[in-house]
Design a protein around this ligand. Structure first.
Ligand code: MBD
Ligand code: FE
Length: 283
């Protein structure tokens, strides 16, 4: 890497994540549908919890100004999607999916791109020299009553061996390690990809500054992102993790659940996993 615009920076991935969110009309415009009473209630409660913290800990003007400067820089770096998805989304997801009887899900995070092309030969697009361990993943999508879902769809996206996502870091082919897979007549699917590596959120931006100032770490365990869907069923957003990852127990985004940890078996020069999904019918 010789020039700044060829390097993966927090500001570049943040800008991409912000742009991506702006193109998601249903999410970006959702605010129009929130009634005034609800805004009043939620905004007041959040502000009250800030006042409590200020009083309890006698927050100083220096600390208040540090917060103001930091909030300004989060916006300048385009890191609001990253900040919110790392430190807030997991509780929103918990509340949103609490009623489900089928698969556990987890957070989407900032790097999903809709409409990934269909996989060819059940294989995710990758570079000729894509580094990593080959992963063969088989499973079935069923409804909670056990019925296999032949019109099931899995959108899969994940980071490469350097922890970088296509379309959010430079010099990676557009749909690298992103694809849409379909179930067969028996609800079964087969996916060929690469096992992702543990992942550090960008440390050179505002989120990184908070992490350093607080003495935290920036790691997420290695993970595969999926959106699993079928006609008449609730969309499942999930991530799958690998056993023994040192960050399964202290994920910075708090998005690991025991039900989402795979059980890979060595096979040839790679690993195989069997993991199936159970979807909740729409109410
Ligand atoms: C990621 O890859 C991710 O999955 C989350 C939740 C936050 C930042 C980067
Ligand atoms: Fe991720």
């Amino acid at each position: 890497m010789t020039t700044t615009d060829e390097t993966a920076t927090a500001a570049a991935s943040g800008a991409s994540a912000t742009d991506r969110f702006r193109t998601d009309k249903s999410a970006y415009d959702a605010v129009k549908d929130v009634p005034e009473e609800r805004v009043d209630l939620l905004a007041r409660e959040v502000l009250n919890s800030i006042y409590d913290t200020i009083r309890r800990h006698k927050v100083t003007y220096d600390e208040y100004n540090a917060l103001k400067a930091w909030l300004i820089s989060v916006g300048e770096d385009g890191e609001w999607p990253l900040f919110l998805d790392v430190w807030v989304e997991h509780v929103v997801e918990e509340v949103a999916t609490d009623h489900r009887k089928g698969n556990k899900g987890t957070i989407e995070g900032p790097y999903y791109v809709p409409n990934a092309p269909d996989a060819v030969d059940n294989t995710i697009p990758m570079r000729d020299d894509e580094p990593g361990t080959p992963l063969l993943w088989t499973g079935t999508i069923t409804s909670v009553d056990g019925t296999p879902l032949p019109e099931g769809k899995i959108e899969l996206w994940h980071a490469d061996d350097d922890g970088l996502y296509s379309q959010f870091a430079p010099n990676i082919p557009e749909w690298n390690l992103r694809a849409t897979f379909h179930t067969d007549a028996d609800g079964k699917f087969e996916i060929h990809t690469m096992q992702p590596a543990p992942y550090q959120i960008p440390t050179d931006g505002s989120c990184g500054k908070l992490i350093a100032a607080a003495g935290w770490h920036a790691w997420r365990p290695a993970h595969l992102h999926v959106k699993v869907s079928a006609p008449g069923h609730e969309l499942l957003t999930a991530q799958l993790y690998f056993p023994g990852d040192p960050h399964n127990d202290d994920d910075i985004a708090d998005a690991v659940k025991p039900e989402l940890i795979l059980d890979p078996k060595p096979s040839g020069d790679g690993v195989t996993v069997d993991y199936s999904f159970v979807l909740d019918p729409e109410a």
